[in-house]
Design a protein around this ligand. Sequence first.
Ligand code: SAH
Length: 538
Amino acid sequence: MRSAVPRALRRAAGRPLGGPGALPTTLQGSRRIAFTKTRGPNPLFFYSGARLSSSTAVQPDHDPERQWSTPLAKQLAEAISATGPVPLASFMRMCLTADVGGYYTGAIEDGRDQFGLKGDFVTSPEISQAFGELVGIWFVAEWMAQGRQTTGVELIEVGPGRGTLMDDMLRTIQNFPAMANSIDAVYMVEASPKLREAQKALLCGPDATMTESKVGYHSICKYMSVPIVWTDTIKSIPNSADKMPLIVAHEFFDALPIHAFQCVDVPATQSHPPEDGDKSSPSSKTSQPTRQWRELLVSPTPPGSNHESLNTPASQSRDTPPPDFQLTVAKAPTRHALYLPESSPRYRGIKSRVGPGALIEICPDAALYAGDFAARIGGSAKHPKPKPCGAALILDYGPGDGSVPTNSLRGIRRHRRVSPFAEPGLTDLSADVDFAGIAESALKASEGVEVHGPVEQAAFLLSMGIQERAEQLVLAAAAKGKDKDGDDGRYAEDVERAWKRLVDRGPGGMGKVYKALAILPENEGRRRPVGFGGDVDV
Ligand code: SAH
């Protein structure tokens, strides 16, 4: 595929030759899609690592002697014994971002790093610098296509990890002085204090000071001297009509908590007349059989469980202690079961098409974030925007065919697939992203936006010129007289392996599994963005 990005733009991508990042040899794919799913005859086995049980069968665990695999597991079990089984979303939220012991936010193991060879997973920006550079170029192209605004540009990243993507983007954008000068501020939405520190060290320098305000934490970027502001949530970033928000989300949506529902057929029930002998009421009432969504709830596994008794699937490593928790089907409709699967025509249609036992996952936080992005770009009733401007680029994994994710919750630890209910707080949890749901939420939140994609990451990166960029990196290293590591040929090989991995379209390959989706100002679809089938005018 020919790149749609003119040479001049690609050339101007970041200059210094960063390494392509450590490539774990144990992993073929990336991060949390590293493993091909193997489904047992009953998909529920895959989900929980144990047969789903009815919530009636689950006894809250009161055994004070029971050993929990992590302090967070103990805390969760105590909470569940007080309240009863909790929605999967509550469990995920605690596991990922609880103040004490959350995977991203807690500090159970000192010096723990989620990323890289010694961590749990590796992400695209960590694999090749070309990834972040091309994302930077994508935003430069949008800034140009939307009239080269001279002030008011805001770069916003949600879930920035180590800060590598933003670093590669800023280094690239720096080469376009008119755009660089238009940037008012960089915003980083990050739940983890440790990662916030790592991002500050990378983007501002290890000795740069960070100050705290009501909005968040502030420092000054080493590129272009613009302010960088860290917030916990996107809601803390002011939304004003004269700003041009350029928003990137890479592997952020997959970390947002999901609710899971199972379709059940509820038989007809008979109710008897009240015993006070009220003659006006019929002698008995029969309700029609109905098909309903029932929420999957999390509760402790029975004391003494082991991987065998819980049927931990062969696809999940048993190197962890047995899962502390399991999924159960709620006995009666929960508030979320009554509301979420009815919240859009797309979800409403599913119940009549699928049979009992079918599962769906819905992520209300994804709808909130997508709606927020759209409102910032296109304006909304609450924040009208006379002239929509800005762009959001969402890169993640999930179905690209419009289907609603099902059965996709996964746990990853040290580059291996594990039960999502093992070692809460030490295990990374993620789920497929519902791209069609994101598109729907964006369009619902603002009349001023349109959505492009999702397209496969391979198509996006190839049309952005990843091959050409990789060749430049190798040539630039050669022009310096030697391989970057002083080891002739190794650097070229590493660069090549890295970019090819990002566009690999083989089974489970990152180029196929990962997708890109763009939210742009409404333009009646007349201008397709670069990377999504469009060209750029320079
Ligand atoms: N984009 C990075 C990191 C992906 S990991 C990369 O591709 O390398 C997910 C990131 O989102 C981490 O930085 C994590 O701390 C952050 N995160 C997860 N849940 C979050 C939440 N609810 N709010 C804000 N940040 C969150």
